[in-house]
Ligand binder design. Structure first.
Ligand code: ZN
Length: 210
């Protein structure tokens, strides 16, 4: 598997944003998002978030009936995050597990998103970004998850997969409630990702007033 350093070394940007980053005209993900630019090359994320970590969330064997017979491929769901407010989730399919993981990791980079953190727990009030600023709900298919802000020291009260994703995003304390077929790991992981993404799209009534 190629490392982020190797990818960056041999990188020849194919997009305008890629070129701007290689020329040093843009040097942070914040700027990319502020300009409303879309990330189309995983190397952009490698350059801007060099401390990114990867975790395989799920691997499935997918069998498909074709004219040529049965075709089986692996599908990997991979999460990436810097444990400090950035999270991405992606899927990759390939004949080999390794390649599926690699593709998933690249797609996760392309889906990188900012997570707004905060201390939204009335029991805490420390004001530090250890949890979520408010309750958020995420959905994927029939699976729904609610992330509830928790006090400092609580930890992540969540399933193993949710713990991995929340941890990579930099959330340290929260409660979770889930509904639907939560044992369908891919849908469940996407529901968690959807909830985290919503921390940035939702504006609280408090902010309207303030
Ligand atoms: Zn707090």
């Amino acid at each position: 598997m190629t490392s982020a350093e190797e990818r960056v070394e041999g990188w020849k940007p194919r997009t305008r944003l890629g070129k701007m980053i290689q020329e040093g005209r843009i040097s942070s993900v914040e700027e990319v998002f502020a300009e409303g630019l879309k990330i189309r090359e995983p190397e952009i994320v490698d350059v801007l978030l060099p401390e990114l970590q990867e975790e395989v969330i799920n691997i499935n064997l997918v069998q498909k009936q074709t004219d040529a017979g049965e075709k089986s491929r692996f599908k990997a769901i991979v999460a990436v995050g810097n444990r400090d407010g950035y999270i991405g989730l992606g899927a990759g399919k390939a004949k080999q597990v390794r390649t599926a993981i690699e593709k998933g990791a690249m797609n996760a980079r392309l889906n990188i998103t900012l997570v707004r953190r905060g201390c939204g727990s009335w029991e805490c009030g420390c004001g530090k970004p250890h949890s979520l600023p408010f309750q958020v709900r995420g959905k994927c298919g029939s699976v729904e998850i609610v992330l509830i802000p928790g006090p400092r020291g609580l930890g992540l009260v969540a399933s193993e997969e949710a713990k991995v994703i929340l941890g990579l995003a930099g959330i340290k304390d929260c409660w979770t409630k889930s509904y639907g077929s939560t044992r369908t790991i891919p849908s469940f992981a996407y529901a968690v990702f959807d909830a985290l993404r919503k921390t940035c799209s939702l504006v609280t009534t408090k902010e309207w007033v303030g």
